[in-house]
Design a binder for this molecule. Structure first.
Ligand SMILES: [Zn+2]
Length: 319
């Protein structure tokens, strides 16, 4: 089996490659026998169907770039690595583990490119993926919006009840959309809620920043994994006592606090990476379940590399 996934890049890139492209993704069998897409084995096309079942591309925001980035639908898949950021270090981790597919939350190529030359970081990543025979699929805002998505997992982790979307999906079910809002089972102090988040999220240099009265009481919590400072109108409409998100910039944060009459919503600013990392084990388990239901058994794991860009922080008194 290992020969099937230990790709021979030089061979794979010859004429069959062009035939595959010409044939399009709709007939993966055309290539299946060539690269040994295993009689009875799982192909990338099979996994993509399962990915679509869990995180439909129709749920992605218009500006987003989700779906398959590298890989042939006919290629066999036995090992899948989940990560937040498909950076070189993670691709190397996948290659060392002989993974056939990376499911990344962030798109590698969000904006249009005119080159993937290997003298740029993104180009190097594309080269490394193809040379290692690793397919890459991005599950981004479709993974945020879907039930069991990034914010759902965060809501679950802090025990919210009666959870619904902060903004409803344009093309989805009523329970789908970006961000979530729900109630804590018990009224809690802002300081305790921040402490709970600090304990749940992976440890990162930036820690957790809070705006508001540490002893202020909160029950209704709005949250959005990843950068959520465009959702303040929805947070106010939801009458949340506190908003948990990442990448809060000065002006939206300061204006949100200034426009509030009683200090709410308080703000808890967590690491972008950490808030999305939390989704990975749940997403990996969900994909494993769907594939198992179809009779497939794959090796699925979550990257252990911390790709939060921040390394240390100075705060008053600790300089
Ligand atoms: Zn993100």
């Amino acid at each position: 089996m290992s020969e099937q996934t230990g790709p021979a890049p030089a061979e794979n890139e010859k004429s069959p490659d062009q035939r595959a492209e010409a044939a399009g993704e709709s007939i993966p069998e055309a290539e299946g026998t060539h690269d040994g897409a295993a009689s009875g084995g799982v192909t990338l096309a099979d996994v993509l169907l399962a990915v679509e079942e869990l995180w439909p591309e129709s749920l992605a925001e218009e500006w987003d770039a989700v779906g398959l980035v590298t890989g042939r639908p006919s290629q066999p898949v036995r090992r899948i690595l989940f990560c937040v950021d498909p950076v070189l270090e993670v691709i190397d981790e996948a290659a060392a583990w002989e993974a056939d597919l990376i499911v990344a939350h962030h798109p590698l190529l969000l904006r249009g490119v005119t080159s993937v030359a290997a003298n740029t970081p993104k180009g190097r990543a594309v080269h490394r993926l193809i040379e290692s025979g690793i397919a890459l699929v991005s599950v981004h805002t479709n993974g945020d919006s879907a039930v069991g998505g990034v914010s759902d997992v965060l809501a679950d982790a802090i025990g919210l009840d009666a959870v619904g979307p902060l903004t409803k999906a344009a093309n989805g079910l009523p329970e789908e959309g970006i961000g979530r809002v729900g109630d804590l089972p018990e009224i809690t102090s802002l300081g305790d809620l921040a402490g709970r988040l600090f304990g749940i999220l992976p440890a990162v240099a930036g820690g957790v920043r809070v705006s508001g009265d540490r002893d202020g009481l909160v029950r209704r919590v709005a949250l959005c994994g990843g950068a959520g400072d465009s959702l303040f109108d929805a947070v106010r409409a939801a009458e949340a006592d506190v908003y948990v998100t990442a990448d809060l910039r000065h002006h939206p944060a300061s204006e949100a606090r200034a426009s509030s009459s009683d200090g709410r919503p308080y703000l808890i600013d967590v690491s972008h990476f950490a808030s999305e990392w939390l989704w990975l084990p749940a997403a990996a388990a969900a994909l494993d379940n769907v594939l198992k239901d179809q009779g497939h058994s794959l090796d699925i794991r979550v990257s252990t590399i911390n790709t939060d860009p921040w390394d240390f922080i100075l705060t008053p008194g600790e300089g």
